[in-house]
Design a protein around this ligand. Sequence first.
Ligand SMILES: [Zn+2]
Length: 167
Amino acid sequence: MTHSNSVRLGFVVIVAVVSANAQSADSASREAPLPALQRGSAVVSSYEQRQIAASFVQERLAVWQERLRLKDWQISIVMARRSDLKPKTLGATHWDKDKKCASISVLDPSDYNLSFRDILNDLELTIVHELVHLDLAALPRSEASRSNEEHAVNKLADALLALDRQR
Ligand SMILES: [Zn+2]
């Protein structure tokens, strides 16, 4: 996943000049330490795990898009390898709020060292996290507001999933 729409790295001026969509295109990551190593029992092959995970994330995306009233967004999910994501991140989103389209990158199951059940739980957390970013996409963003936004998004996503899993 490239960061062509990103406004990090001091390219703000260049992006604003060359892109008519610079105001609406943006990105965010889910920054978190990689969950601690656990010896999960590998009952299915990594190919099968990826297939199961791919349909799981589509299903959970549909559920959370409905719950968060984001059905008017076109959202795609990509399985990204660790090397495709920024260091210390487990997911990323690039979006265009005017076009209401977004691409969410989630970490490929083969790059997790967790049991498969825990991998699925973490993939769902990434999806909820990135969707909360989309809910906030209408708010003004700046380099200074990013870490506060990240903190708020982490808390909201954790709370939403905790409520969901209580049932
Ligand atoms: Zn984030």
